[in-house]
Design a protein around this ligand. Sequence first.
Ligand code: AMP
Length: 214
Amino acid sequence: MNILIMGPAGAGKGTMSELILKEYDIPHISTGDMLRENVRNNTELGRTAKSYMEAGKLVPDDVINAMVEDRLQQPDCQKGYLLDGFPRTLVQAEAFSEIAEKIGKPVESVIALEVGFDVLTDRITGRRICPKCGAIFHIRNHAPKVEGICDECGAELQQRKDDTVEQLKVRMDEYEKSTKPVIDFYEAKGVVSHIDAGKDKSEVFADVKAALEK
Ligand code: AMP
C-alpha cells in the first residue's frame, strides 16, 4: 500500500502513522524525522536544512526530492510506504509523481487530517519527543509515567525548537500556502480522504482505517 499522510503540524500525523504501521507492513517515512536525524548527525544535508527548520520554513524542494527518492529505493519499501510530511509543495508533488511512476509505486491513498488552530496550539505546545527512540508524548493528554522521561527507553524528553505558538503560526501559513495545493493535486486524482482529526485518537484512527480500506 502506498500512502501519504498529510495535515498541519500537530494534526496527529506521527500518532496516526504509528497506528497505521501496526496494521500494514510498510515503513513510515517522515521527511521531518529524516531531516532532524541529519541535523543531529551534522551531515551536509543537515547543515543545509537546519536554519530553514528552526525558522519553521520549508527546506528547498530539490534537497527534499533527492532525499525521498533515495529513501524509496531502500529494500524495506518493496511493499509500499507511508510518507509523512511529503510532498509539501506542488513542485514536490509533481516531481514525486515522476519518481513514483519510475519506481512503480504510485500514490494509492492520501489521508488528509484536518484540525482547528486551538486544538493544534494545545497539542503542539504540550508535545514532548524522545530524541533517542522517537516516541511522542503530551504533557497532559499522553503524559509519560515519570515527568520528562521516555516510557520506552528512559531518555530525557525534549520539546522541539519549532513547537511554539509563534512557529506554529508560521508553519500553518506555510501549510495553507504550499500544502493545500498538494491536496488539490491529489484530489484531482480521486485518492484523498478528508479526516476530522480533532476527535479522540481511537475515533480518528477508525476513520483512517475505513478510508484506507475503501
Ligand atoms: P515536520 O516534522 O514534518 O513538522 O517537519 C519539520 C520541518 O522540517 C518543517 O517545518 C520543514 O522545515 C522541514 N520539512 C519536513 N518535510 C519537508 C518537506 N517535504 N519539504 C520541505 N521542508 C520539510
